[in-house]
Design a protein around this ligand. Structure first.
Ligand SMILES: [Mn+2]
Length: 243
């Protein structure tokens, strides 16, 4: 049995009902066999506040809450759904994680991150990210109506070109030096992230230490994959197929 599951970049929305259904199927069929499920960002394609009124928001929140009876579910913000807050966390019976955060599996520390902070060559994006983490910006944004917030989010995505498409070539990759800095600073040998839609396993050599970076795949309407890790640190990619 695998004790921890990791997924990211589902980009769930009313426009992708098949992917939403695949996730709900995953929560029923795959998640209960594991102790912990980690969702490392961009669960939703957009989330402008906990008053989100989409059908997808309601269905997914309910399904998470139901699944959390069997599995502890941890959710990290992505660059699309960074406004998930305490109400969402309570309603979905999930725990929000800071980005980055270090967890322990067996006797090893593992760093989890969405991954966008490591794309340091995307200067414009990092500036925008910096802005939206300021309390003043958040307060001003939250004070707007739901319709206004949705319109601003849509406009921002169109203007910035930020993940206009979900294709890897339209998303900047991480910078190796930033990755290596984090391996060093957090003193870890395993890092798991998503965001770039470039699923792979990379080996980095940091001051003579061999470090592994696992990049999670994005979800599609008929297929996805979940990374499973047990207490012995065996890793396994399990395909998730639509029935
Ligand atoms: Mn992302």
């Amino acid at each position: 049995m695998h004790s921890s599951l990791f997924i990211s970049d589902l980009h769930l929305s009313d426009e992708r009902p098949a992917t939403v259904n695949l996730f709900l199927q995953f929560l029923v069929e795959y998640a209960p066999a594991s102790d912990r499920l980690y969702i490392l960002g961009d669960l939703f394609d957009a989330w402008v506040g906990d008053d989100e009124d989409s059908e997808t928001a309601a269905r997914v929140t309910r399904a998470l809450s139901a699944a959390s009876g069997d599995t502890d579910i941890y959710i990290m913000h992505g660059n699309r759904d960074f406004l998930m807050g305490e109400d969402f966390s309570i309603n979905s019976r999930t725990t929000l994680l800071a980005d980055p955060c270090v967890i322990q599996i067996g006797d090893q520390n593992v760093l989890l991150t969405h991954g966008d902070q490591l794309c340091t060559q995307d200067i414009e994006y990092q500036k925008a990210r910096q802005m939206r983490t300021q309390p003043e910006w958040l307060e001003a944004f939250r004070s707007k109506s739901l319709a206004e917030r949705k319109a601003i989010a849509k406009m921002y995505r169109e203007q910035s070109g930020e993940a206009k498409s979900l294709l890897a070539e339209d998303i900047m990759d991480v910078t190796d030096s930033a990755v290596e800095q984090w391996f060093d600073y957090y003193n870890i040998k395993l890092m798991i992230h998503g965001h770039t839609h470039r699923p792979d396993t990379h080996i980095h050599h940091v001051h003579g230490k061999e470090c592994k970076r696992i990049v999670l795949p994005e979800w599609h309407e008929d297929s996805a994959a979940v990374l499973a890790i047990n207490e012995k640190m065996d890793t396994l990619q399990i395909p998730v197929k639509a029935v």
